[in-house]
Design a protein around this ligand. Structure first.
Ligand code: AMP
Ligand code: MG
Length: 407
């Protein structure tokens, strides 16, 4: 098994992702059902933003160049417009946050910085205004017609807020990519079955289905395959329609690890068949090319140990899934954090150590959780991230800055 580095494997996935053709299947969804979907058409500003010079404070609109006490001539709140004549020299208008600043005024002085009566406004000498203070000019954020959100953007609350602000009550989004999920192993029973002592429940299919949903795809669970050529062939044939196939198990070097062989017999290409990582070393990335009857199918053969399955899916398969959903340049989510305690590992492989991020802000710290390796779903559930320990390193000192894979 030829092993490549973790970075090389990430780059290979990214290369194939970059070469994917643009998605074409689009559907229309209401704004409030668009969370996590990927925009298929850009969203434009329907008018200048802000549409009027907007006060950012409660205070008094004035002409910055004027001197001395101002004459208070009225008031405008958010939702109103000033209908009087433009501000003349020496005049002030009371304004509230979000209100349109009257014509003629070029600054807003904060409420806290004036002494006002019902007829006059005296600005404290320490807070004399400059032109533009506390006023967002019309069109500062966007001009009518500007592209605000590009096709290929995945919609979170921030994008949904922006879309709502320009009246996009319905959105064009790409169809969700279908990911077929196939667990393999003679030892597997369904979650609702009672396993005999030598059997285990198939948790990987459910983990992968959840990940697929989380990353914007539609999972299609197949019944697990046995570790025989016939069973694998039958399931792979049934899964062939899906754009993406996620397999778990059967990719190690054992006598009953037949996944690669069977894929090869179906005409699969492989881009990697092993990565210098732990957990997840036997991970496989390949593709069944398009035929007369089928489109191409991207394939990830993920090692069966449950934590290996999760980590390799996060690193390699989810970026491909996101790309098949139309997202531009998807990447695994890595952040940097400060290590709370020393971490020791055996060098030679990039290690992903189950860990928990702190809620502290400066610095954000990360700490390994008690865990017994790639089979330990109990320890894994205590974690919310994985510390990525570089392959050449055997010790990461406490307070070192480390890379962390988010999940
Ligand atoms: P494999 O990669 O097929 O050698 O599987 C390694 C180990 O992962 C097996 O011995 C099982 O304990 C575990 N395993 C494999 N498939 C699953 C699955 N679908 N759900 C939970 N655990 C699994
Ligand atoms: Mg197996």
């Amino acid at each position: 098994m030829a092993l490549i580095t973790c970075q090389e494997a990430l780059d290979l996935v990214a290369e194939h992702v970059a070469a994917l053709s643009t998605r074409t299947s689009v559907e229309h969804v209401p704004l409030d059902q668009s969370l996590g979907r990927v925009l298929a058409k850009p969203i434009h500003a329907d008018r200048d933003q802000p549409p009027f010079p907007r006060s950012t404070r409660d205070g008094y609109a004035v002409r910055a160049a004027d001197r001395g006490a101002r004459k208070l001539i009225g008031s405008v709140r958010a939702g109103e417009v000033w209908t009087g004549s433009p501000l003349a020299e020496g005049e002030a208008v009371e304004v509230m946050t979000g209100a349109p600043v009257p014509d003629g005024a070029d600054a807003v002085v904060m409420l806290e910085h004036v002494e006002a009566t019902t007829t006059t406004v005296n600005i404290s000498g320490d807070h004399l205004p400059s032109t533009g203070d506390n006023v967002v000019p019309r069109g500062q954020e966007a001009i009518a017609g500007d592209v605000l959100l590009h096709a290929g953007v995945r919609l979170t609350a921030a994008e949904i807020a922006l879309a709502a602000s320009v009246g996009a009550s319905e959105l064009d989004v790409y169809l969700q990519p279908v990911a077929a999920i196939l667990a393999t192993g003679d030892e597997l029973v369904a979650v609702d079955q009672t396993p005999a002592q030598h059997q285990i429940r198939n948790s990987n299919s459910h983990a992968l289905a959840a990940l697929v949903r989380q990353h914007g795809g539609a999972p299609r669970l197949l019944p697990p395959a046995l570790d025989t050529r016939e069973s694998l062939l039958e399931r792979l044939t049934a899964a062939r329609d899906a754009e993406l196939l996620l397999l778990s198990g059967g990719v190690s070097a054992g006598k009953y690890d037949l996944v690669e062989d069977v894929l090869l017999s179906l005409g699969s290409e492989f881009y990697f068949t092993g990565v210098r990582i732990q957990p997840g070393k036997p991970a496989v990335f390949g593709r069944l090319p398009a035929t007369d009857t089928h489109a191409e199918q991207w394939i990830f053969g993920l090692p069966g140990n449950p934590v290996s399955t999760l980590v390799t899916a996060l690193l390699f398969a989810m970026p491909m899934l996101r790309a098949l959903g139309g997202e531009l340049s998807p990447r695994p989510r890595f952040v940097q954090a400060t290590l709370a305690t020393e971490v020791k590992v055996r060098p030679g492989l990039t290690r992903f150590v189950a860990a928990k991020l702190s809620s502290s802000l400066h610095p954000v710290t990360v700490e390994p959780v008690a865990s017994h390796g790639s089979g330990d779903l109990v320890g894994n559930a205590r974690a919310d991230a994985y510390i990525a320990v570089p392959s050449e390193v055997d010790t990461l000192a406490a307070s070192a800055t480390v890379s962390v894979l988010l999940r």
